[in-house]
Design a protein around this ligand. Sequence first.
Ligand code: ATP
Ligand code: MG
Length: 423
Amino acid sequence: MKNQLQKKNIQPALVEACLILDKLQHAGFTAYIVGGAVRDTLVERNISDVDIATSARPEQVMSVFKRCIPTGLQHGTVTVLESGQSYEVTTYRAEDQYEDHRRPQSVNFVQHIYEDLQRRDFTMNAMALDRDFVLHDPFHGYSDLMNGHLRCVGRSDERFEEDALRMLRAVRFSTTYELTPVLSLWRAISKQASLLSFIAMERVSYEVTRMLQHSSFIRGVHLLKRTGLLLHTKEPLFLARSWQKINITQIVSLDTKLLTHIHTRWAAIFLVSNLSIEQTASDLRALKFSNEQRATIVGCLSIHESIMRVREEDEHVLQNYWLELLLSNPLSYLELWLYQLAPIFAQSVYKKLSTIHQSLHIHSIKELRIKGNDLMKWSGQPSGTWVKEQLAYIMKHVAIGELENDKVKIRIDFIKRFGVNNH
Ligand code: ATP
Ligand code: MG
């Protein structure tokens, strides 16, 4: 199907990319805009980066443009830097044999865009735009998109056999574009789910994270659960095993609007899946999360666990407890908990803690109008653990309004308690 796009749908990034197409064409090659930029233009989403496919070989691409980075020459990819933008320009290629259900054994450069589109995963990702914004859509990706269908280019079972990562991409794209996988694709995933064991855990966590970033990520969780895909990861996940047992309605009850941060979404998924902190940490390790990401997600869960144990009715005890938490954990975790996780899991304590939180004048030591250095100067004492203890004491008193957040007032109070610098 060929169709010229309406001008109103063409974003400036596409117009800018035409400069690259023109230069390649001028040098005697053919070139098209491909992949996500075409798909996102058609569904009127903002496009992020523009990928280009061309008949020019990598070395020919490098001779056409002054500034290039040889990003992935063996795959035919050159990054072209032009007018402050960067473009991945890849030679048309076909892939024959695949190794380990993931990588093509060899890449064959070809001359026609059709062959290049044919190797792509889904019909909606196998469309090309020429410099006049005419759509080249040999596999009817546009009508699939409009009808809400996700379909492989060619036979789904063969495409998943070649590259098992495509099964997870299918779940991700179904979620983020709200598409229904066609029956043959669905069946192929169910049949071949075990091939996921060939995929690096980093790729699994990348795809699932991309899926979780979308507002309707719950749909993705459903698809993952129903396909059983995560039961077959290279390293076993407690999460997937737990999904076999738990009632999915628990996951549905998550209010996605409240979970705005990706780390809280991950934390919430682990929570509703009834995983312990240890199991969560183990899954995050298997998924190759960085130490920092793991600490953030596990941090949300430990705060949650500790708050869920609070049965205290006494306002002062609760206030003290919350102040201690504020002092020992970065404020961002607590705010995540308070505003995103708590309303879902801890209705009763939520109201009280949220009122306390709002009534506090400050929420961290950083907000104090004095620094540790001031305390050392005022007391004449060298640095030591006492500085942190004093800062914590002052923070608590300023927070509850017993002391004003004013340098002079804090100094007077401090000297009264601690003694004066006699030097
Ligand atoms: P996004 O950047 O939003 O993830 P995208 O479609 O640009 O979406 P990329 O992973 O950047 O996705 O890949 C660019 C294009 O390369 C895809 O649109 C698709 O045509 C093709 N592609 C990517 N991965 C595969 C794969 N595993 N198998 C076949 N084709 C693929
Ligand atoms: Mg992309």
